[in-house]
Write a protein that binds this ligand. Structure first.
Ligand SMILES: Nc1ccn([C@@H]2O[C@H](COP(=O)(O)O)[C@@H](O)[C@H]2O)c(=O)n1
Ligand SMILES: C[C@@]1(CO)OP(=O)(O)OP(=O)(O)OC[C@H]1O
Length: 161
């Protein structure tokens, strides 16, 4: 029988001028970028947290501390590849991921297919198992004021036993 587990991830990063905007593994052209210890790719961070949560492996900051100079400016795709290794070492494969990016501007719809291709390659899974959606918050709150970007992810993982 298959053993199924679910996980959930939520993360926020500030948006400021003078920073690159990495999202879903790709660089988005925008007047502001996300601020963090790493490249601040909020979509990858929530995928990591959902997968770690599903496998009961704590969270991204537990494995990759924001106090550790090794991770300063790191490409979050490297962290995601490490997380995939961790869950596969526990015997799990991904069923599917469903994500939502909360961002007032810019529109990310034109970039979603590129993000899916990029993430599918990093994770070695099918593009069809990765869903990426986006919403504004109708100009409300920190997302609406363009002060930050947030994201959510739910993940289903399974092992055969
Ligand atoms: N940064 C964003 C935000 C939203 N979208 C797309 O626009 C649609 C409408 O947004 P609402 O906030 O009014 O729901 C949304 O369903 C997304 O398809 C986007 O591409 N980028
Ligand atoms: C990814 C890590 C590590 O570089 O740093 P940040 O880019 O600050 O991201 P966050 O989601 O706040 O926490 C996880 C961190 O430990």
């Amino acid at each position: 029988m298959n053993k199924f587990r679910i996980g959930f991830g939520y993360d926020v990063h500030q948006l400021q001028e003078g920073y690159d905007f990495w999202l879903g593994g790709i660089k988005i052209e925008h007047s502001k970028g996300a601020v963090g210890h790493s490249d601040a790719d909020v979509l990858i961070h929530v995928i990591c947290d959902a997968l770690l949560g599903a496998a009961n492996l704590r969270d991204i900051g537990h494995h990759f501390s924001d106090q550790d100079p090794e991770y300063k400016g790191i490409d979050s795709k490297i962290l995601l590849a490490d997380v995939m290794k961790m869950i596969r070492e526990k015997g799990y494969e991904i069923g599917n991921l469903d994500t939502t990016i909360c961002l007032q501007l810019p529109k990310v719809n034109p970039h979603i297919d590129t993000m899916k291709t990029c993430l599918a390659e990093v994770m070695a899974i099918a593009e069809d198992d990765i869903s990426i959606k986006a919403t504004t918050t109708e100009k409300l709150g920190f997302v609406g004021r363009q002060e930050g970007v947030s994201a959510y992810c739910v993940a289903l993982i399974y092992k055969n036993n």
